[in-house]
Design a protein around this ligand. Structure first.
Ligand code: 5GP
Ligand code: MN
Ligand code: MN
Ligand code: MN
Length: 294
């Protein structure tokens, strides 16, 4: 075994209990971040993070702060319909950032081919029965069928770098993005807690500086309003013990919006929408010194 290989945690299926145990030896420092009033300094790069905008860009009650790199951590649509993706792409074009990096979330149904295939089969076999009420979040069955019909949806994202278990290097800074989350509700990129999640986190390179996932790690930005924890314990362990990025950006648990730290890594839940799908949370902005030679 490698020195830093991560194991499945015995309490993987019960994140609330897993956190009760892990939090005995971990600190969570709340970080207050404000949108900077001054432009970025010459020797720094400004990152502007958002997530969970759910096709509500026109309802936002704030301006998007300028910067060098814009990051969106998934759930940019309600169900991944082509028209939603085209609208999002048009909106990206209006943003002033030099680089735009986007990952998918569980709402981007059309981005997960395996899900689309399964869903098409499921819905088709249930047509005419009452069980086809597999719908949620205000999407109709027609919306969902329209979304999963799309076979090459990524072609409509022309104004960003789309990451899916892949990375990009900007100004010598290594970013990596992945859409997978512990299963909940049966949406796109849902996988089982434990070994299945860990197998995805094992693909994150050791030298990642900025990690972008749709869902939170355990203990940071993952407290659901019902009082339970929804974060992935193996994601936390991977991030803290092996990858050690400077920043971990995510969304998904809307009510977990905010920034925290374990003393080393900065965790950013950038969910723009609140629990009622009102897009009211401000983008999170941070500056990183330019690496030498850039
Ligand atoms: P979304 O549908 O946009 O992915 O998530 C919206 C909301 O659903 C979250 O803010 C959270 O309240 C709830 N939710 C999403 N995933 C989970 C989960 O894994 N566990 C629990 N308990 N709630 C979740
Ligand atoms: Mn969401
Ligand atoms: Mn590292
Ligand atoms: Mn989500």
């Amino acid at each position: 075994m490698e020195a830093h290989s991560i194991s499945v945690h015995p309490l993987t299926g019960d994140p609330t209990s897993a956190w009760k145990e892990l939090s005995k030896t971990q600190k969570v420092i709340k970080v207050n971040v404000k949108i900077p009033s001054k432009p970025v300094e010459r020797d720094k790069i400004r990152f502007v993070c958002m997530s969970d905008t759910h096709s509500l860009m026109r309802n936002m009650l704030f301006d998007i702060p300028p910067g060098d790199v814009f990051i969106h951590a998934g759930d940019f649509t309600k169900c991944g319909q082509k028209d939603e993706v085209i609208q999002f792409n048009k909106w990206l074009e209006t943003l002033p950032h030099k680089h735009k990096v986007v990952i998918a979330g569980n709402h981007e149904l059309s981005f997960d081919q395996k899900f689309s295939d399964l869903f098409k089969k499921k819905v088709t076999s249930q047509l005419g029965s009452e069980e086809n009420e597999v719908l949620n979040y205000g999407n109709t069955k027609d919306d969902i069928l329209d979304a999963v019909r799309e076979d090459d949806i990524k072609q409509y994202l022309t104004n960003c770098v789309y990451l899916e278990d892949s990375g990009v290097e900007l100004y010598g800074i290594k970013l990596y993005g992945t859409p997978w989350q512990p299963e909940f509700g049966g949406w796109a990129f849902n996988i089982k807690r434990g070994a299945e999640c860990l197998s995805k986190w094992n693909n994150i390179p050791d030298d990642t500086d900025i990690l972008i996932t749709h869902s939170p790690p355990l203990g940071h930005g993952d407290l659901v309003c019902s009082g339970v924890r929804a974060g992935c314990v193996e994601l936390l362990l991977t991030v803290q013990q092996r990858v050690k990025p400077r920043y971990h950006i995510f969304g998904h648990i809307h009510e977990g919006y905010g920034v925290s730290s374990d003393g080393k890594i900065i965790f950013i839940n950038a969910s723009t929408c609140d629990i009622n799908y009102v897009p009211k949370n401000l983008p999170v902005v941070f500056d990183i010194p330019l690496p030498e030679g850039f």
